[in-house]
Every structure is written in structure tokens, then in C-alpha cells.
Design a binder for this molecule. Structure first.
Ligand SMILES: *Cc1c(COP(=O)(O)O)cnc(C)c1O
Length: 831
């Protein structure tokens, strides 16, 4: 390894960790000293006059000082032991905030709290200064962040690789009920966690150059260019603070040859412009969720991630190994969805063209080193890149793809002679008016393992979506049900509940969540149930007071907190929840004395900026909220709140306060879901369809403790041919009344046609996601929810049983399965 740092040594005194004998680390030393030094020498201010932002940065740097020694030691340990390394490649890491998480995982709360007290700092206000690192769209990016936490906690020698977007997912504002996107310039102020490693830059070669034309970047053919990847490292602290792994994010730049001789006309200005254009490559995250964006710069971004990360991985490999044949024994690379699939051809290119291996050996090493995770079955989300784009940007990769395909189709024809239709379906190339490369096929053919992210999803992937490939390589297909880190999603975000659990069963659950099972018999204990209710009340009060101080909105803290928070997408069916709200609204208007427990419906989520219908759904939610708020017949019984700017921090705030978790996607469409797990772990009861990991959650908790409803995935598929939403409209009075109210302008505030597209989607266009088919069963199920809520003790028991059976959904369990079944990698403990 080259020297770790091009950075000046930290000015604070790094504190030497001391072990407390329980395998955990305590810190001695004085964070105050570090804090003060950071303020005075980094910011050059008198501590008394420091702004709150300066205080935040100084505290964060002081906390970083606490982990620096262990971070260096982790690298040294891996270099010395040379274990098999795990590399997690992902276009997204939805990290959220790091300060409180790092303090928790370092187990440094006591000393940091005391230090802050002495300095007169308010920990909550300071934590609020940190912007969310929103380098992802939703579940896929958050999964990557949870995995990093688990890998560090489990002491796996792992590195995450991603892109350092200067603008993450857009900031969502609501104006007149509609979503407005604002840029998220999260790096406007220096980020205290990132370390630029200017001495460890790598190069990525394209056959075209990126030029600005009419204000938009565009690809200019036959102008080969070198891009430079600059690593920015972030510490990933494992719980207990022993292992501190690295998340390496690449920023794009241009090579430094300001040798004007090379630009023989002395085109200084043009050379500088080239550099600025190169740097724009990692400027912004594409804000689409579940649709292949089809934007050409996104393709270049994907290649940039792959080329930089692989160069770095192979540099590391070569520094401690001399034989390419050892590659699969020392390196496991996991591809998070198809976005980094070019790793297959990039590794082949290096092994063939640079290392001069023969095809068969290069192919064997490639396949055994790489593994692929599929995240979606939605056809519009399966990546396909035009052959013509490959010709322009990566012609050598295209050559390799054609050769891989030639060999692969040979094998298909040998195994299934005479079945030309099968060969066409399985091919890496989609033929037609425009020819495309099917990235999922390349990922399956070029890796030794393909997994889905929940049992039902892996099954549908294998038997429907890529059936032909699964029949070629049955041994490659498996399942790894997703998980979430209990550190952030319980221990940190829900102190009241975490304390209750620790008081009841000890604190071993934080690193072994299966221990929560010990709560199951205790759910019979009325005092524990009473304690659970108090913990939930505490969380609800904490949330309501936050809401009131930040937005002025007042909600009833004893109402049912009924929550659906996730990206806005038709398949997730926010519209189904809206229809149920309108049904209740109509019932109450017909009979204002109807005895139902008061409910507050919370929505949060972003719509892709180009997804018109999703944006209209947001507008409908806000319109229904306003009408209900102003109608005396329902006020006090129903309230609807749309929380803008859904991000990790908002999820951490709302989920502890939730009573009901809405997981109501059309069965067969949600790959796994992870917010479903966060809610379960925090003692909310789930109203859900038999979809994604919700199926496995209900199995664990017992269906008696769940509110399952609706069509199964098989029923959705088998009724596709004859399903007709008009039948429900004609035969179900409440369905008709609700739809008419929406379509005829009751919520339209004088603009009667606005919601016509929603009615069209649900009726004339056939209701592809079958909202109307499930509305009746959904409404009945919600009546059971209301009934149970009037018996708080019975409710608490079910909630406790849910928590007790949520242990399987720790990402520690998921990572253990990846490590043993796919990566063949084990822990490499750091002293
Ligand atoms: C957990 C999480 C998600 C994933 O939610 P799903 O309901 O599983 O789609 C998306 N965004 C954020 C900010 C999250 O924390």
C-alpha cells in the first residue's frame, strides 16, 4: 500500500482506545481539547464567537479524531493479514447523517455528552446542522448503507465503492400542494467526514469526450479521453469501534497535463474548459427510482464507477499477491443491481489486454470473482443500453460482449438444440429496430451468483423474469432476504424502546438481533406491555413536538399514526391508501357519530421529476388533506399529513412514533421493501399485501399478529387477462362514491379536471396495479385495525410479539449469508 495519507496529520490529539474487557472500546483522553483545537486552528475563531455550523464541524472533527487511530489500524491489519476482501459496488449509498451514528457506534456517548455539556453545546441542535448525505434514491441505496454498517460491525474486511455526487437526490418542497424539486447542494460547506486521497487517483479511459453543447453535456465520438478518479474516503465505524472500514467515493476530474505543449496551439482556455466538463460527470445523481433513465451520461457515470473501483481493487490485490490465479481467493466483488455490470467486461479487458491471460482463464477468474444482486422485476427498470452507445464510448467492451455472447449462445444451443426462440430470449443482445445490451443478462452470465432480495422475489426472478438464464445456470441462483441495521433503526432512533428492551433482556440484541426472541414470552407480562405503551407515547410526543416546532402543524398524539413513507410509485399504491381515506371520509360525512378511533395518516416520499402521475398523486394527497382539515364533520377524527423531503433523518424520526405500517404494493411488484422491517422493529403493526419481505415478516411474527390482505402474486398474474376495474366501480358503492368524489372535483379546489388522469388510470386504462380489486379487502382489514386499537393492551401485546420476531431482519443476518454463501469471506478482527 502507498502511504495512507496525502492529508496533513490531524491537529487534534488522537485518543488512544482502551479496551474495557468486554470486547468493546472506551476512549480515554479529552475530546474538549480536540474540539477547541479544531475551532481555533481549523476555523480560526474564538470558541465564544463560533457559529453553530463551526461548532458542528469542530465536534464532528473531534469525533473523527476519536476514530482515526482505529481507522489506520484497520487498514494496517488488512494489509498484514491479507484476508479475502469484499468490495461492494453501488451507484447509491443513502447514508443520512453520520455524527450521532458514529458517536453511538464508537460507544462514545458518555464522554461526548459530557464534553458538549462542559462547552455549553446542545447536542440536538448541533446534530441538526449536518445535511443528510442523500446519495441515493431509496431502498437500494439505503440497503448499501445498512450493509456497510453490518460489515464493519461483523469485522469483515470490506470496502464500499460509489460516486461522490455533489448534488444528491433533490430536495423536495411542496408549493400549492405540488412537488417542486430544488438542488441538494450538500457539499456547499466542507464535509468533516471525507478525506480526499489525492495521491491515490486512478484513470478511466473513454473513446469519446464529454463536451458542453448548447448548455448540455454531450458525447463527442472518436476523441479518446482520460478521466481521473479522485478518491474521497469516509469512515464506516463498526459497533464497538474496533473495525473502521472505508467507503470510497469517486469524484471525476481531468488529468493534470497543463503542459501547453500538448495543446500545441496553446489552447489554455479550451484545456481548462475540458477539465470543468470532466468534473461535471459526478455532479449529480440521476433522480429516478425504478426506471432505467436511459440518459447517456448515466452510462458514462456507471463506467466511471466501475473503471475507478476495479483499478483500485486490482492495485490492492497486486500489492500483496503475485499470481492472477489467486484473484477469486482474495477478492469478492458484489454488484448492487446491474448499474456496475460493466465490471464483467472491464475485468475481462484487464485480464486479456493488460495481464495477457488467455480467454478461458480470464473468463474463469472473472466469473468466480463477481456476484450480482437483482433488485427489481419491473420491465421498465431493467437496464438496456444501446449497442450504438457502446460503440461510441466503449468499443472494446462491445467487442468483448459480442464474444461472450457468441460463446454463451453456443452453450444455450448445445443444451437446448433447435430452440432458436430460447436463444433469442436469452441473448445478451436485444435485436430490433435499435439493438440493446441487456445488462441483467450480462450480469448473470458473467458472475457466479445471482440473488434476489426476498424469497418471493428470488423465486419470480428465477421462474419468470430471467427463466431462460436460470435454466442455463440453475446452480447460480439464490436468495438473500434484505435486512436493516438495528444500530441506526432501533438503538439510535428510538431511545425509549431501546432502553425498554435492554432493561428487559440485556443489550446483546444490538449485535445479535435474534436475541429479541427473548421478548416473546415477556409479551404476556402486563407491566411490560404498559412500558411498551409508554415508550410509544414518548416517541409519538417527541415526533409531534418536532413537527410543531419545525412546521407549525399540530397532530393529535393519541390518534392512530398510520404511515406510508417510500418513493411515490404506482406499484407501491399510495393511491390505495388515499382511496381508503376517502371511503372513511364518506362514511363520517354520512354519519358524523360513527365511532371510529381517530387516525392521522402520514405520507412522505419523493416522485421522480419526470413521473407525472406520481407527482399528481402527491397533489391529490395534499388536496385531500386540506379538504379533510377544513371539514367540521371529520375534524378530530381524520387528519392527513404529507411530510415533505422524505430522507433518512425523517424516517428515523417518524418510524419510532408509528402505530401502523402500510406495505400495500400490488403483490409480485415490491422486490423486498426495507421500511417494512424498520416499522416492525419499532413496534408498529403492519397492514400489508403478501409481497416482498412482508411475507417473511408475517411468517416470523405469525399471521395472527399481522394484517395481511389482498390478492396474492399468483392471483394478480392469473387475473391479468380478464381483470376489469369497471366491475368494482359498478358493484361496490363505496368504491364508486370515492372515485366519483375524486373525479368530480371535490378535492380539486375549483380546478375540476385536475385529477381526471387518476380516474383514468384506475378505470379507463385498466388499473394495471389492481387498486380496485384490493380496496374492499383493504377497507375491511383496516376495520380490524381500528377495533384492535380500542384495546391498547391487546395492541401492545401484538406489537411486542412483532418486535420479538423481527430479529431475522437485521442486515447482520443478511451479511452473514452473503459472506458464507457467496463471498467465502470471514472476519479479520482489528485489535
Ligand atoms: C428505508 C428507506 C427507503 C426504502 O423504503 P421502502 O418502503 O422499502 O421502499 C427509502 N428511503 C429512505 C429514506 C429509507 O430510509
Amino acid at each position: 500500500m502507498p502511504p495512507i495519507s496525502a492529508q496533513p496529520a490531524p491537529t487534534g490529539t488522537p485518543v488512544a482506545p482502551e479496551h474495557n474487557g468486554h470486547g468493546k472500546i472506551l476512549f480515554s483522553g479529552d475530546p474538549n481539547a480536540s474540539y477547541e483545537r479544531r475551532l481555533v486552528f481549523d476555523h480560526v475563531v474564538e470558541p465564544k464567537t463560533a457559529t453553530i455550523r463551526e461548532q458542528f464541524e469542530a465536534v464532528a472533527r473531534a469525533v473523527r479524531d476519536l476514530l482515526t487511530r482505529q481507522w489506520l489500524k484497520t487498514t494496517q491489519t488488512y494489509d498484514r493479514a491479507n484476508p479475502k476482501r469484499v468490495y461492494y459496488l453501488s451507484m447509491e449509498f443513502l447514508i443520512g447523517r453520520s455524527l450521532t451514528n458514529n458517536i453511538t457506534n464508537l460507544m462514545a456517548e458518555p464522554i461526548v455528552q459530557e464534553a458538549m455539556k462542559r462547552e455549553g453545546l446542545d447536542p440536538i441542535t448541533l446534530a441538526e446542522q449536518e445535511p443528510d448525505a442523500g446519495l441515493g434514491n431509496g431502498g437500494l441505496g439505503r440497503l448499501a448503507a445498512c450493509f456497510l454498517d453490518s460489515m464493519a460491525t461483523m469485522q469483515l474486511p470490506a470496502i464500499g465503492y460509489g460516486l461522490r455526487y455533489e448534488y444528491g437526490i433533490f430536495r423536495q418542497e411542496i408549493e400549492n400542494g405540488s412537488q417542486v424539486e430544488r438542488p441538494d447542494n450538500w457539499l456547499r460547506r466542507p464535509d468533516p467526514w471525507e478525506i480526499p486521497r489525492l495521491c491515490e487517483t486512478v484513470e478511466a479511459r473513454l473513446n469519446c469526450s464529454v463536451r458542453i453543447h448548447n448548455g448540455a453535456p454531450h458525447l463527442e465520438p472518436n476523441a479518446p479521453r482520460v478521466l481521473v478518479g479522485v478518491p474521497y474516503d469516509r469512515p464506516i465505524v463498526g459497533f464497538g469501534g474496533k473495525t473502521v472500514n472505508t467507503l470510497r467515493l469517486w469524484g471525476a476530474s481531468a488529468p493534470d497535463f497543463f503542459n501547453l505543449g500538448e495543446f500545441n496551439h496553446g489552447d489554455f482556455f479550451g484545456a481548462v474548459l475540458d477539465r470543468v466538463t470532466a468534473e461535471s460527470l459526478t455532479r449529480v445523481l440521476y433522480p429516478d427510482d425504478s426506471t432505467a433513465a436511459g440518459r447517456r451520461l448515466r452510462f458514462v457515470q456507471e463506467y466511471f464507477l466501475v473503471a475507478c473501483s476495479l483499478a483500485d481493487i486490482l492495485r490492492r490485490f497486486k500489492s500483496s499477491n503475485s499470481d492472477w490465479r489467486a484473484l477469486p481467493d482474495k477478492v469478492a466483488i458484489q454488484l448492487n443491481d446491474t448499474h456496475p455490470t460493466l465490471t464483467v467486461t472491464e475485468l475481462m479487458r484487464v485480464l486479456l489486454d493488460d495481464a495477457r491471460l488467455g480467454w478461458d482463464e480470464a473468463w474463469d477468474l472473472t466469473v468466480r470473482t463477481l456476484a450480482y444482486t437483482n433488485h427489481t422485476l419491473l420491465p421498465e427498470a431493467l437496464e438496456r443500453w444501446p449497442v450504438e452507445l457502446f460503440e461510441l464510448v466503449l468499443p472494446r467492451h462491445l467487442e468483448l460482449i459480442f464474444e461472450i455472447n457468441r460463446r454463451f449462445l453456443g452453450a444455450v444451443r448445445a443444451k437446448f438444440p433447435g430452440d432458436e426462440a430460447r436463444a433469442e430470449r436469452a441473448s445478451l443482445i436485444e435485436e430490433g429496430a435499435s439493438r440493446n445490451v441487456r445488462m441483467a443478462h450480462l450480469a448473470i452470465v458473467g458472475t457466479h451468483s445471482t440473488n434476489g432480495v426476498a424469497a418471493i422475489h428470488s423465486e419470480l426472478l428465477r421462474t419468470r423474469t430471467v427463466k431462460d438464464l436460470a435454466e442455463m445456470f440453475p446452480e447460480r441462483f439464490g436468495n438473500k432476504t434484505n435486512g436493516i441495521t438495528p444500530r441506526r433503526w432501533l438503538h439510535l432512533c428510538n431511545p425509549a424502546l431501546a432502553t425498554l428492551i435492554t432493561d428487559a433482556i440485556g443489550d446483546g440484541w444490538v449485535t445479535d438481533l435474534s436475541k429479541l426472541r427473548a421478548l416473546a414470552p415477556l409479551a404476556e407480562d402486563p407491566t411490560l406491555r404498559a412500558k411498551f405503551r409508554r415508550a410509544k407515547e414518548t416517541a409519538k410526543e417527541r415526533f409531534t413536538s418536532w413537527l410543531q416546532t419545525t412546521t407549525g402543524q399540530v397532530v393529535n398524539p393519541v390518534s392512530i399514526f398510520d404511515c406510508q413513507i417510500k418513493r411515490i410509485h404506482e406499484y407501491k399504491r399510495q393511491l390505495l391508501m388515499v382511496l381508503h381515506i376517502v371511503v372513511l371520509y364518506n362514511r363520517l360525512r354520512a354519519d358524523p357519530t360513527l365511532p371510529i378511533p381517530p387516525r392521522t395518516f402520514f405520507f412522505a416520499g419523493k416522485a421522480a421529476p419526470a413521473y407525472t402521475l406520481a407527482k399528481l398523486i402527491i397533489r391529490l394527497i395534499n388536496s385531500v388533506a386540506a379538504v379533510i382539515d377544513s371539514d367540521p364533520a371529520v375534524r378530530g377524527k381524520l387528519a392527513v399529513v404529507f411530510l415533505p423531503e422524505y430522507n433518512v433523518s425523517l424516517a428515523e424520526r417518524l418510524i419510532p412514533a408509528a402505530d401502523v405500517s402500510e406495505q400495500i404494493s400490488t403483490a409480485g411488484f415490491e422486490a423486498s421493501g426495507t421500511s417494512n422491517m424498520k416499522f416492525m422493529m419499532n413496534g408498529a403493526l403492519t397492514v400489508g399485501t403478501r409481497d416482498g419481505a412482508t411475507i417473511e415478516m408475517a411468517q416470523e411474527a405469525g399471521e395472527d399478529n399481522f394484517f395481511l390482505f389482498g390478492l396474492t402474486a399468483d392471483q394478480v398474474a392469473s387475473s391479468r387477462g380478464w381483470y376489469d376495474p369497471h366491475w368494482h366501480y359498478a358493484h361496490e358503492l363505496e368504491t364508486r362514491t370515492a372515485l366519483d368524489l375524486i373525479a368530480l372535483g371535490h378535492f380539486s379546489n375549483g380546478d375540476p379536471g385536475v385529477f381526471a388522469p387518476i380516474r383514468d388510470t384506475l378505470l379507463t386504462k385498466g388499473d394495471y396495479y389492481m387498486h380496485l380489486a384490493d380496496l374492499g379487502d383493504y377497507t375491511r382489514t383496516q376495520e380490524h385495525v381500528s377495533a384492535l386499537f380500542t384495546d391498547p393492551d391487546a395492541w401492545a401485546k401484538k406489537a411486542l410479539l412483532n418486535i420479538a420476531h423481527s430479529g431475522r431482519f437485521s442486515s447482520d443476518r443478511t451479511i452473514h449469508e452473503y459472506a458464507t454463501e457467496i463471498w467465502g469471506a470471514g472476519p479479520c478482527p482489528v485489535d
